[in-house]
Design a protein. Sequence first.
Length: 43
Amino acid sequence: MKKLNKKYAELMHQAQQATGRKEAVGLLHKAAKLKTKFDSYKM
């Protein structure tokens, strides 16, 4: 669980630093998939 949170935070940071729109959107999609994964663990 902690590893997923760390990876999510890293992806969000990379998305903020991204220069291109496609790069940023791709990173945000990866982060969203991780968020749904650790949200399902809470249930």
